[in-house]
Design a protein around this ligand. Structure first.
Ligand code: RTP
Ligand code: MG
Length: 148
């Protein structure tokens, strides 16, 4: 089953949106298989955002993501990578549709509540960056047959 990496950013944690974020993905039907509250180091943030290292906002991005605790999660489900991205909405909350996370809660592109992997390659890289193998749980849930 496909897995993705999602992370409530420091603004989402400060705004008490951790529970709401977990709830949205739970209610959709995805399965939570890993989660932790943590503070990212500078090195980890630079690795996580290395694709943006040449962008003008890279410094600010690394500074912001390390500025407070984040809530890192691994979610599992059919097409979870693409569906979670749709549920998050466009990067800039100004363009994100109402009903999406960024459309409902975001106000600026820098503080847009949540991160989500954008491809199978980034999901694998990000899950391995944030989680040890033994922190990802394999378990069955009784509701699976009512979801798929
Ligand atoms: P994310 O990686 O956080 O899930 O967001 P994303 O894929 O939708 O957006 P991406 O292009 O990967 O950008 C990563 C984060 O950088 C910040 N950003 N700032 N100032 C700017 O123009 C700008 N552009 C992007 C956003 O916080 C974005 O989520
Ligand atoms: Mg991205």
């Amino acid at each position: 089953m496909e897995k993705t990496f999602l992370m409530v950013k420091p603004d989402g944690v400060q705004r008490n949106l951790v529970g709401e974020m977990v709830s949205r993905f739970e209610r959709k039907g995805f399965k939570l298989v890993g989660a932790k509250l943590m503070q990212m180091s500078d090195d980890m943030a630079k690795t996580h955002y290395d694709e943006h290292q040449d962008k003008p906002f890279y410094g600010e991005l690394v500074e912001f993501i390390t500025s407070g605790p984040v809530f890192a999660m691994v979610w599992e489900g059919e097409n979870v990578i693409a569906i979670a991205r749709d549920m998050m909405g466009k990067t800039n909350p100004l363009e994100a549709a109402p009903g999406t996370i960024r459309g409902d809660y975001g106000m600026t592109v820098g503080k847009n509540i949540i991160h989500g992997s954008d491809s199978p390659e980034s999901a694998e890289k990000e899950i391995n960056l944030f989680f040890q193998d033994n922190e990802i749980k394999t378990y069955s849930k009784q509701d699976s047959e009512w979801i798929y």
